[in-house]
Design a protein around this ligand. Structure first.
Ligand SMILES: [Cu+2]
Length: 312
């Protein structure tokens, strides 16, 4: 299905408008501010209803109608090293499973299943098939024991304002969990002989769009040729150490259709116009230590290069 992307890729040239990004980032900050104000208001209302057990008024709030995961399995610890079936539906606010998803070229379709171990030492990224009844089933082999966070990144087919949202679950892989300390940034990572080099140590700030420049070479030292995989030349998946906050962006071929990443209204699409070069967009919501998993397909291998990033 990705075969068409590369062809469409070369038609137009992508123009970068950093000023627009910055403008949008400002709009995001305002949006975050509004969100905080809304939360404060809710807290205030909740405080009124609390009443401390005295004769104050009581406000009963019915549970919000939201999207959530239904029938998530496995619900018990699973074995490491064995194929495990992971299955669920996305339940809509009306209680029915979501069955209509975005389709077409680019990475923003269907459902993405991203599973990360709590210490960020293991990541799994699949785009599983979706049944006609909305049930999503995948087979996952967990390499090592420990607690895993499951991120279900959903692209519903909607005409409304919701274009993408995430649902979360967890899976425990039985056995002794030996968390790895997150290593400091190494600007060069060698994965299966392929060399990923971050050209400069970045100075990243929360809610500030930025781009990271990478070079990628093959085991023989030639510039790597990126094959579209899941609709993008590369996937940049970010998780924050501790909270496991999540952000995901893509590197798109020039003119690729449906590849632009939107985060709170801001576009941070990376580009790669030349073999061996990747420009990766970053726009993480909070400061802290983040782990970037840079994934791409080279000569038929799916490779994941991890980088530790400090965001102020
Ligand atoms: Cu992706």
């Amino acid at each position: 299905m990705d075969a068409g992307d590369g062809g469409a890729a070369v038609r137009a040239r992508r123009v970068h408008r950093r000023s627009r990004l910055v403008e949008r980032a400002r709009a995001d900050r305002r949006r975050y501010q509004h969100l905080l104000e809304a939360i404060a208001l809710v807290a205030l209302v909740a405080g009124c209803g609390g009443g401390g057990g005295s004769a104050g008024p009581t406000i009963t709030v019915a549970p919000a109608l939201t999207y959530h995961l239904g029938g998530f399995t496995p619900s018990k610890p699973v074995a490491a090293g064995k194929p495990t079936r992971v299955s669920f539906t996305i339940v809509q606010p009306d209680g029915k499973p979501l069955t209509q998803f975005k389709r077409g070229p680019g990475p923003h379709t269907g459902v993405h299943l991203i599973i990360v171990r709590r210490d960020l030492a293991v990541i799994i990224h699949h785009h599983p098939p979706i049944g006609a009844d909305g049930r999503i089933s995948d087979t996952v082999t967990f390499p090592e024991p420990g607690p895993y966070k499951v991120v279900v990144d959903v692209y519903p087919k909607t005409t409304g304002p919701i274009t993408n949202f995430q649902e979360f679950s967890s899976i425990r892989v039985a056995g002794a969990y030996q968390p790895h300390a997150l290593p400091p940034l190494k600007t060069t990572q060698i994965v299966d002989g392929y060399r990923f080099t971050l050209k400069a140590i970045p100075h990243l700030r929360a809610i500030d769009p930025a781009f990271l420049d990478f070079t990628v070479t093959t085991p023989s030292g030639a510039p790597a040729t990126f094959t579209p995989w899941y609709g993008a030349l590369a996937h940049a998946i970010f998780f924050r150490k501790g909270s496991l906050a999540y952000f995901h962006t893509h590197v798109c071929a020039p003119g690729a259709v449906g590849c632009t990443s939107i985060f709170a209204g801001a576009s941070v699409t990376g580009t790669s116009a030349t073999p061996g070069r990747l420009k990766v967009g970053v726009l993480v919501p909070v400061s802290g230590t983040w782990r970037l998993f840079l994934q791409c397909k080279l000569d038929g291998h799916i490779l994941t290069a991890p980088f530790t990033l400090q965001v102020r």
